[in-house]
Design a protein around this ligand. Structure first.
Ligand code: ZN
Ligand code: FE
Length: 257
């Protein structure tokens, strides 16, 4: 049975805003509204009335629509407790271990610091769906603006431990350039090569490469593979611990052109 009907709205230059409707109750949530006008127009077109915003972190391309959408719909804004002072209009501050209801579905909140210090993710176990903001991307991960490699590695592993068929909604369409980098550090990975072909095909048709799944990321995302011997060997770092390998991979990506 389908629990969620999710409409993925492209916003700004490369953001995705998931519009999420719980099928059992008709409750609608907006995840990380980048732009109020675009979100409202799409909700009107769908005939959906939102009652909730779920924010993952404080960056403007994730909270920029908060106040305007709150004024328009009178909705409730849920966001990260550790960044509450930077989440416009926040009504409920949550942290790891808390539960957020979206209609009949319970979302488990995870602390996933690294991209920002208070970044959170929302895992809806029954709907097999996780909203990860800028922590995990398709074939990539977020830049470490406010956290350490050790924090990000631990955050990514919380997500990697979810069931393989969990749908992963990330907040940006970065997949083609992420795969170009991934191929450069993990050239022998056959699954990655297969993924490259399908991602190019999707983008040529202007189709999103989001959502992805945990299983696909485990097989192809270099930032989840810092503890996989084949990948560590490809990085010429045999014997190094995962955090060191992860840090080197993230640094290589920061400098990749
Ligand atoms: Zn961000
Ligand atoms: Fe972002």
């Amino acid at each position: 049975m389908t629990m969620f009907d999710i409409h993925l709205l492209p916003c700004l230059s490369d953001n995705y805003v998931p519009l999420v409707r719980d099928c059992a109750t008709g409750t609608v949530a907006i995840v990380d509204p980048a732009d109020a006008e675009a979100v409202a127009a799409e909700l009107d077109r769908l005939g959906w009335h939102p009652s909730l915003i779920l924010n993952t972190h404080h960056h403007f391309d994730h909270v920029g629509g908060n106040l305007e959408l709150k004024a328009r719909y009178g909705l409730t804004i849920v966001g990260p407790a550790r960044e509450a002072d930077r989440i416009p209009g926040i009504d409920r501050a949550v942290a790891g271990g808390d539960t957020v209801m979206l209609g009949a579905e319970a979302g488990h909140v995870f602390d996933v610091p690294g991209h920002t210090a208070g970044h959170i993710a929302y895992w809806f176990e029954g709907a097999k769906t996780v909203f990860v903001g800028d922590t995990l991307f398709a074939a990539g991960c977020g830049r470490l603006f406010e956290g350490t490699p050790a924090q990000m590695w631990s955050s990514l592993n919380k997500l990697a431990d979810l069931p393989g068929d969990t749908l992963v909604y990330c907040a940006h369409e970065y997949t083609e350039s992420n795969i170009r980098f991934a191929r450069s550090v993990d050239p022998e990975n056959a699954a990655l090569h297969v993924r490259e072909v399908s991602v190019h095909a999707a983008r040529r048709l202007n189709e999103p490469t989001v959502p992805t799944t945990i299983a696909v990321e485990l097989a192809t995302n270099p930032f989840l593979r810092a503890d996989v011997p084949d990948f560590v060997r490809a990085m010429h770092m045999s014997g190094a611990d995962p955090i060191t390998v992860f840090a080197a991979t993230r640094k290589a990506k920061d400098n990749f052109r």
